[in-house]
Ligand binder design. Sequence first.
Ligand SMILES: CC(C)(COP(=O)(O)OP(=O)(O)OC[C@H]1O[C@@H](n2cnc3c(N)ncnc32)[C@H](O)[C@@H]1OP(=O)(O)O)[C@@H](O)C(=O)NCCC(=O)NCCS
Length: 250
Amino acid sequence: MSVDLEKILRPVDTPLPKFPAKYMTLANGQEMVVRQAERDEIPDILPHVEPLIHVERDFYNIVAARLYSELLAYYTYRVQDEYVLVAQIDGELAAIVNGRSVSPDVGMSYHTFSLRRGLRVGAHAFATKMEYHIDILKQKEVLIVAESGIGFRRWMIEYNLEKRFHIPHELGGCPSWSLTKELFDKARNTLVVGRRPVPEHLLAKAKAGILPPSDPPKGPEDLLAATRSMLDSTATSLIEMRRKQGGKIQ
Ligand SMILES: CC(C)(COP(=O)(O)OP(=O)(O)OC[C@H]1O[C@@H](n2cnc3c(N)ncnc32)[C@H](O)[C@@H]1OP(=O)(O)O)[C@@H](O)C(=O)NCCC(=O)NCCS
């Protein structure tokens, strides 16, 4: 009985081509591998997303909450045609990107989540996910939204995305923007980096396991600056945030 119900609840995924892993050299000289995360690796990723649900800075909280649910939906077969890519530096989780195939022509970008700041790892991971949609899935456009100012600068401005405001995006029904194949082609020589094949030792290290990020984003350290930026003169919301993090942030 329960097995039959599970069959009804579980959408049947369309077989999609796998993302061929690639690697790139970051500004600090480190090599970053981007590869497809298998469904059974999701439990290794979730613990690194969960703490950021309580970090308000740069909208990590809403993005972490939504991403957590999307990863869980993927793991438990409660979303159709989702994929997840992970970026790793020396095995450490550096960024997560995910999305979904809506139709043979249209992709839906879900989230880009950087766990290592200041190296454009999020920007590189986003470009890689667009490459997956346009070059591997051969889609004509990808629908995108931004939840943060940094995201808006990185995607809408840097790629000069086109408005598709008549199409509600799956993320909260917000008006969509579109990266078309033509826009992606224009960005190829500047924003899209990386090489293939990934050297054996780099790929083996990445596949050996998803290691915790050594320097993940944290909440603000300066209480005064933080309360000012949050228009929270009593610091109530900041104190609440720190309480929830269980003292993980000093
Ligand atoms: C948006 C995002 C993926 C971009 O990742 P990224 O390309 O690796 O860029 P970073 O976040 O490290 O840096 C963005 C900018 O903030 C600056 N910055 C902010 N905090 C920083 C920190 N702690 N250390 C270093 N730089 C920092 C960087 O210098 C950079 O400036 P630039 O745009 O002039 O280059 C990432 O900021 C992120 O995950 N944000 C939270 C979730 C989110 O908003 N996702 C996108 C949803 S639309």
